[in-house]
Design a binder for this molecule. Structure first.
Ligand code: SF4
Length: 184
């Protein structure tokens, strides 16, 4: 992992569960579970079908961020980022990820980007997302939190067992076993 620049996809991982990012960062546990595999397959399928799959690598020393934007579209003469998601809904961590792409893009272009889009494969719908000050602040705060992570300080378990059921590092994290031990 680049200790200076945070990968934008790590923002999403951290906001899903800081402990999950901890394992991905320090234990190299890039296990692909069915949820990840499904998402990757959809990405490549959509790209081939639509012909609009483009990847654009951006980085910013100022923001301490780097990442590859899935798709950039032109709308009324303005470039906007599009983030594509598996499923039928999106969450705040997806909005923060989109905002991070917008912030990188606007630094690269030298102009403000007010809107991005989230595309949901599960419903084949596009959703305009305002890049608000709240989202921008969340990007900065999350980058700071990730850069402060250390191998000797493991974050706690997340509170939502449904997240654990879908988590790609559950076999390393062992939340169920830990809870049984705690209750024994
Ligand atoms: S299994 Fe649960 S607690 Fe552990 S990293 Fe994943 S989401 Fe977080």
């Amino acid at each position: 992992m680049n200790r200076c620049l945070v990968n934008i996809s790590d923002l999403n991982q951290y906001l899903y569960c800081p402990r999950r990012l901890y394992y991905l960062m320090f234990y190299q546990t890039q296990e692909i579970n069915v949820h990840l595999a499904d998402g990757r397959g959809l990405h490549s399928y959509q790209g081939r079908r639509g012909g609009w799959y483009r990847e654009f690598y951006l980085k910013s020393e100022h923001l301490h961020l780097h990442g590859r934007v899935d798709l950039i579209e032109q709308e009324n003469g303005v470039l906007v980022p599009v983030e594509r998601k598996r499923g039928t809904s999106y969450y705040e961590n997806d909005l923060v990820q989109l905002a991070a792409y917008a912030m990188l893009l606007e630094e690269h272009l030298g102009e403000r980007i007010a809107t991005g889009y989230i595309y949901l494969y599960g419903k084949n719908t596009r959703h305009p997302i305002e890049i608000t000050d709240h989202l921008r602040r969340k990007v900065v705060d999350t980058v700071d939190a990730i850069r402060a992570m250390r191998v000797g300080s493991i974050p706690g378990f997340c509170e939502n067992p449904r997240k654990c059921a879908k988590c790609s590092v559950v076999v390393y994290c062992m939340p169920y076993e830990a809870r049984i031990l705690e209750e024994a």
